[in-house]
Design a protein around this ligand. Structure first.
Ligand code: FES
Length: 211
């Protein structure tokens, strides 16, 4: 399959404004990921193309970008999953919207992480980290979080595909530290995520129920 990747480029030191540049790659399989395309373009066609990636397996979120109008992870998107993909198709790749561009597909996340730190939307444990992994009993399954000002908070449990399994808490919460219990007896064994949404920030925390 021959696909053209239309990539937004911008080097603030040289360019007055962002522009698009096309790179056409041939012989691609459906299982080729958009991240593979970015690697091939950078390594074989234009070493100045700039983007972030780390785990390459859909865990770290560093390769978040807008692909054909949808915010997604380049490492998790296979060509065969792009609507209408086929010979001669164009895949448009832009940086995530609403954040300043540092270069090409790299955005400045400083402001996002400032808010993230204020909200602390992740599990906060009370004991020091163990040498190896941390085991947690049902009794210990308590979620602590902190919000900087009054606002709506929604906490849900989802499966690995993002499907909501249960709502843990939702409503208007006052500023400060809070904790709630997660009743794992209602869940069968498997991998789940706690999704916390507060002040417009959504964060996920993975946990595993062993039964
Ligand atoms: S590189 Fe980590 S999520 Fe894609």
């Amino acid at each position: 399959m021959k696909v053209t990747f239309r990539i937004q480029r911008y080097n603030p030191e040289k360019d007055a404004k962002p522009y698009f540049q096309d790179f056409t790659l041939d012989g691609l399989e459906g299982t080729y990921r958009v991240l593979d395309a970015l690697h091939d373009i950078k390594w074989k066609h234009d070493g100045t193309l700039t983007f972030r990636r780390s785990c390459a397996h859909g865990m770290c979120g560093s390769d978040g970008m807008k692909i054909n109008g949808r915010n997604t992870l380049a490492c998790s998107l296979l060509l065969q999953d792009i609507k209408g993909i086929g010979d001669g198709k164009v895949v448009t790749i832009e940086p995530l919207p609403y954040l300043p561009i540092i270069k090409d597909l790299v955005i400045d996340t400083t402001d996002f992480f400032k808010k993230y730190e204020l909200v602390k939307p992740y599990l906060i444990v009370k004991t020091p980290p163990p040498e190896m992994e941390r085991y947690q009993s049902n009794e210990d399954a308590e979620l602590s979080y902190e919000i900087p000002s009054d606002g709506n908070v929604r906490i849900t449990i989802t499966d690995p595909l993002g499907r909501e399994i249960r709502t843990v808490q939702t409503g208007f919460i006052s500023a400060g530290k809070h904790s709630i219990s997660i009743d794992e007896s209602m869940l069968s064994g498997g991998t789940y995520f706690i999704r916390i949404n507060a002040h417009g920030i959504t964060a996920f925390q993975k946990f595993i129920v062993i039964k």
